[in-house]
Design a protein around this ligand. Structure first.
Ligand code: RI2
Length: 310
């Protein structure tokens, strides 16, 4: 797929999930570099810059997308020829994709150690990282069961129960508003992440913050599975995360409502760090208050502020 096709698939949520949109964007930039047939390095650089912007603008909330294109374009400004630029972008993209896929596996292994035989886990939406934990624990022989929320309006919970059932994990689908009712029977919550802010707050699928509050109320550990490229260097320089609001028609057909009634469709929310027990990352299981250290370690203080021109 070319850049425009990937960007519109991301917009339409045919490609979705913070990790997958990041890997797809890296792959699309590699494709753009490889399909260029001219011999003008400045023209290729311009084309890649335009592609980078198109991809970043396709969905605003998950920082994984921005981090992926930054990682893929790293060093591009120093290339002296088309071949060199193509090689830099292609090998950066390959490295990002490989590293990001490996991170999901490592998170699975680390997170599985937090589960014990007979536990019941709750999850929200459809996170590859959170499902990696559950499926790894199951593959390790633990007898675990899952409560998965429907996750309106897109109903990603249906993908979750399909994935878990295919892996042989017993699961129960509940509607989102049953999450507090079900929490009394749950031993741990594992969710994914779209963005981790420098103060340790989590931005994830709408309803995550309610789940965190319900878990806290019932003394159930609330665990967040987040690869390091989900951490936001942009928040370190003071930026607020934009919460995507999608079309009203995703919630209900507006023609079914009385005239004048508005619909709002925010698709993410923020969970404060005090509700989070641990962040499970590929570099270790850490406190949300260690987010600053992860950002500086992964992205470097200097590059954080150099990359801020967008
Ligand atoms: P992985 C999803 O967003 C969900 O919010 C999920 O928790 C998050 O991305 C992370 O998913 P959406 O694209 O990267 O469904 O763990 O809006 O797969």
């Amino acid at each position: 797929m070319n850049v425009d096709e990937v960007a519109s698939s991301i917009k339409r949520m045919e490609i979705r999930g913070a990790g997958l949109i990041a890997r797809s964007a890296a792959e699309a930039l590699k494709h753009a570099a490889q399909e260029y047939r001219g011999d003008d390095v400045a023209a290729l650089r311009q084309k890649l810059e335009k592609s980078r912007r198109t991809l970043v603008e396709s969905r605003p909330t998950a920082i994984s997308l921005w981090n992926a294109v930054q990682a893929t374009m790293r060093g591009a400004q120093d290339a002296a020829s088309v071949e060199e630029l193509r090689d830099i972008v292609s090998s950066n993209a390959d490295r990002f994709i490989e590293r990001s896929s490996r991170a999901v596996e490592t998170i699975g292994k680390f997170g599985a150690k937090r589960l014990k035989d007979g536990m019941r886990v709750m999850t929200h939406c459809n996170s590859k990282a959170a499902l990696s934990v559950i499926k790894t624990a199951h593959a390790n022989g633990l007898d675990i069961e899952v409560y998965a929320t429907e996750s309106r309006p897109w109903r990603q919970g249906l993908l979750t129960v399909k994935d878990l059932s295919d892996a042989g994990v017993p699961c129960t689908l509940i509607i989102d508003s049953a999450m507090r009712w079900a929490m009394k029977d749950v031993d741990a919550v594992f969710v994914g992440a779209d963005t981790i802010c420098s103060n340790g707050a989590l931005i994830n699928k709408i309803g995550t913050s309610q789940m965190a509050m319900a878990a806290s109320d019932s003394r159930v550990p609330f665990m967040v599975c987040a690869e390091t490229y989900k951490f936001s260097p942009r928040t370190l320089s003071g930026e607020m995360v934009e919460i995507e609001e999608r079309d009203a028609s995703e919630v209900v057909d507006p023609n079914l409502l009385p005239p004048g009634v508005r619909i709002r469709n925010p698709v993410f929310d923020a969970t404060p760090p005090e509700y989070i027990d641990s962040l499970i990352t590929e570099v270790g299981v850490i406190s949300p208050y260690a987010a600053y250290e992860v950002i500086v370690r992964e992205f470097g203080q200097t590059s954080i502020f150099e990359d801020m021109e967008d």
